[in-house]
Design a protein around this ligand. Structure first.
Ligand code: PLP
Length: 404
């Protein structure tokens, strides 16, 4: 079973019945070219050497594995460890994937890169690597997201990217993806699309996972060293498209005693339109290149979504997560807006760490389950990003007085 999981996806890009290549004919050739180039790069020691060098000196890897002593003491249960992806250059795990993909773009001779972004973290990561490699960069972002993440818009602009506001539909991530795909079809010869999560047509879900699996590879090594060979009882990560979660899960797939828990955005409630929990209200469908769990109505129309965190506010989930859930290897739960916000405040006060609101969903679940776990067990939480981008919104949300 495990080896079957590890050999996913198959040659056609399927994880069981999930995944695949649901794209217009015009995108099949560039996607095949990308797959081929990626397969070549995987076998090229020079590619790995360049990537390792950049991850170390530019991105800031390895990230620390931190024992959250204060939170552990307060909760009185399992030992909580945080994988500190929040300490990476640009402030989140997204840069791991962006740096890998810009190296592929270089190999393919593409000097223009485009990306979609929700919270702006992937846009910032893409604008960053584009600046470093001297590439032209266009970022598509929903108008609503641009307003709630204006700091990241300014960062992208200073980095030299053009940020294109997307005004269609709900004006968030899904519409931004549509615009990025439209651009890619039009400019295929010069342009590489740096997709930001473990989603979309094959080969993106597998490729993004491979670029993110460094998180789990490091964390597994680090925990074994710190805890004298003991593995975590549970590994917890938030799930938007699913890249930080699959990045930390992959290294533990073969460790049958280690549970894997993905945390989706429970939003205001589980009423349709009030959340982004695809596994609690979604069904099998096709959206933006892949088959997976999708929040849709009975006619297949994509439902509106809501989350306090823009990075989790998306109507579909990466196909490998749908597969891991179906096989029972991972479970998927949700945390509400209020629970995430409470976790955001608690981690700040107890540990002096402001987590991203996305990551706060994982912390919220850890807060729920740690007290009932014995003190001898380990709970590993992926802290996917830092909360600087979210403080303004969180302050508004709690009605903080910033002048008094
Ligand atoms: C984008 C983002 C996420 C959600 O994306 P995944 O692909 O599911 O990881 C989570 N945390 C942070 C900090 C992000 O920026």
């Amino acid at each position: 079973m495990i080896s079957e999981i590890e050999s996913q996806p198959d040659a056609r890009g399927y994880f069981g019945r999930y995944g695949g290549m649901f794209v217009p004919e015009t995108l099949m050739t560039p996607l095949r070219d990308l797959s081929e180039e990626y397969e070549k790069a995987k076998r090229d020691p020079a590619f790995h050497q360049t990537l390792q060098g950049l991850l170390k000196d530019y991105v800031g890897r390895p990230t620390p594995l931190y024992f959250a002593e204060g939170l552990t003491r307060e909760l009185g249960g399992a030992k909580i460890y945080l994988k500190r992806e929040d300490l990476l250059h640009t402030g989140a795990h997204k840069i791991n994937n962006a740096i890998g993909q810009i190296l592929l773009a270089q190999r393919m001779g593409k000097k223009r890169v485009i990306a979609e972004t929700g919270a702006g973290q992937h846009g910032v990561a893409t604008a960053t690597v584009a600046a470093k490699f001297g590439c032209e960069c266009v970022i598509y972002m929903g108008e609503v997201d641009m307003k709630r993440q204006s700091l990241n818009v300014a960062r992208m602009k200073f980095l030299g990217a053009q940020v294109v506001p997307v005004t269609a539909g709900q004006k968030t991530l899904k519409e931004a993806v549509n615009e990025a795909m439209r651009d890619w079809v039009t400019n295929i010869r010069t342009t590489h699309y740096i997709l930001g999560t473990a989603y979309g047509s094959h080969p993106y879900p597998a490729m993004v996972r491979d670029f993110q699996r460094v998180i789990g590879d490091e964390a597994r090594r680090q925990i074994l060293e710190k805890e004298n060979g003991q593995l975590p009882k549970q590994v917890v990560a938030c799930v938007g498209g699913g890249s930080n979660a699959i990045g930390i899960f992959t290294a533990f797939l073969g460790d049958k005693e280690t549970g894997l828990i993905g945390v989706e955005a429970g939003g205001r409630s589980l009423e349709p339109g009030e959340h982004a929990s695809r596994f609690h209200g979604g069904s099998l469908g096709v959206l933006q290149g892949t088959r997976s769990y999708v929040l849709q109505d009975e006619h297949g129309q994509i439902m509106n979504t809501h989350s306090i965190s823009a990075g989790l506010d998306y109507a579909a989930v990466g196909p490998e997560h749908a597969w891991l859930r179906e096989t029972g290897r991972a479970e998927y739960v949700y945390a509400t807006d209020d629970e995430a916000l409470a976790a955001f405040r608690r981690l700040a006060q107890v540990e002096g760490i402001l987590p991203a609101l996305e990551s706060s969903h994982a912390v919220a679940h850890a807060i729920k389950i740690a007290p009932a776990m014995p003190a001898s067990e380990i709970l590993l939480v992926n802290l996917s990003g830092r909360g600087d981008k979210d403080v303004k919104q969180a302050a508004e949300f709690v009605g903080m007085d910033l002048l008094g």
